[in-house]
Design a protein around this ligand. Structure first.
Ligand SMILES: Nc1ncnc2c1ncn2[C@@H]1O[C@H](COP(=O)(O)OP(=O)(O)O)[C@@H](O)[C@H]1O
Ligand SMILES: [Mg+2]
Length: 357
């Protein structure tokens, strides 16, 4: 059963007096307790897709021009800002690449964690007030402004009650932070990158969301810490009964944790498959290209070696298959018609004329 179902989603940015389609007719769904990875190079529309699912697209420049995002029978695309706030955090939560942009530097970990817990319990009471850093982020993407605005938000209790503290300690234990009492007293900058990301995960999960959207959560971490955080997310998924949508440019990261992988190229889904089928039998030439970039030895370097060429301009995308210019298997038809996404094997869809579309 789908927890969330995205259909035909199309999102445009106003960009230098023209329209840039960052997400084009995207279909995807996420099941209950499913770990979905969305993979693709930078600029493919992954973050835009993620922001739309949590209602955090930058209002001034982005418009959803078509499609739906059905969550528990409700189309999130049709909701206004106030209605969306009921879903954000409690139903659908998000963590970002660099936790320093989401954690407030002037408050201790304990205060911020306690606030997340208070928000969960007092949602109705807090009503229409902006209740989290994410709400403020919608109005501005500048970190310094976010911090200033967040510090003016009504805070929970500066002196944290013992019940709240106990819950905050539990939340930190859940993300395997040793010595949680001490960590509660620290400021974000006093923690390592891996610790900060764990705190962010603890904060997101303390609101008990049904879906956790994680946008490149481990990209800023070293390889060992990255593996630990990914493993933790996977464990937590079953423990706290949530689904996860992990966004990454790194197919190797996806392979470590995902049940299913959606590959995006130039604003579109080109392949959607369960993880075993994707790795044993990758179909789209783009997916094959990404796979061949994964080092197989014991080298520490997990960076993508770029496929020759680059993602096309999304203001004026090419006619036909968007990957044609970089594809080693390109055929005439690819330059005139766009291949539809078709299920060519059970649970394995691909958009490529090599498979008889
Ligand atoms: N605020 C914005 N204004 C205009 N264009 C944007 C904005 N944010 C992203 N874009 C453009 O949308 C496309 C997709 O970006 P993004 O969703 O960030 O991709 P990804 O997360 O896969 O790197 C890119 O071409 C990017 O330049
Ligand atoms: Mg991104």
């Amino acid at each position: 059963m789908s927890l969330i179902k995205v259909s035909g989603l199309t999102i445009a940015y106003e960009f230098r007096q023209s329209k840039l389609i960052a997400v084009n007719a995207v279909d995807l769904d996420i099941g209950e307790r499913e770990f979905l990875a969305v993979v693709g190079e930078s600029g493919c529309g992954k973050s835009t897709l993620a922001l739309s699912m949590i209602g955090l697209l930058p209002k001034a420049v982005a418009t959803i021009v078509g499609g739906s995002i059905i969550y528990k029978g409700t189309d999130l695309v049709k909701l206004n800002a106030k209605e969306l706030r009921k879903y954000r955090g409690t139903e659908i939560a998000m963590i970002f690449q660099e936790p320093l942009t989401s954690l407030n530097p002037v408050y201790r970990v304990g205060e911020q964690l306690a606030e997340a817990i208070v928000i969960r319990e007092n949602r109705a009471e807090l009503g229409e007030m902006a209740t989290s850093a994410s709400d403020v982020m919608q109005e501005t993407h500048r970190v310094d402004e976010v911090n200033v605005k967040v510090s003016r938000l009504p805070r929970g209790k500066k002196r944290i009650s013992s019940d709240l503290k106990a819950e905050a300690v539990e939340a930190l234990k859940l993300v395997r932070i040793a010595d949680p009492e001490q960590v509660l007293e620290r400021y974000p900058f006093e923690l390592s990158g891996g610790m900060r990301q764990r705190v962010m995960i603890a904060m997101a999960l303390s609101q008990r969301p049904k879906l956790l959207v994680a946008d490149e959560p481990t990209t800023a971490l070293d390889v060992t810490t990255q593996a630990q955080v990914l493993k933790l997310m996977k464990e937590l998924m079953t423990k706290v009964n949530t689904s996860i949508m992990l966004i990454t440019h790194d197919l190797a990261v996806a392979s470590q944790v995902a049940d299913r992988v959606v590959v995006m190229y130039a604003a579109e889904v080109v392949e959607d498959s369960d993880v075993f089928s994707l790795f044993s039998e990758p179909m789209h030439p783009y997916t094959k290209g990404l796979l061949s970039c994964i080092p197989t030895g014991s080298k520490d370097d997990t960076k993508l070696m770029p496929i020759p060429g680059s993602v096309p301009d999304l203001v004026n995308p090419p006619v036909g298959c968007r990957y044609a210019a970089r594809c080693p298997y390109v055929m005439d038809v690819c330059r005139t018609r766009e291949p539809p996404l078709v299920e060519v094997k059970p649970r394995h869809k691909v958009a490529c004329f090599l498979y008889g579309q």
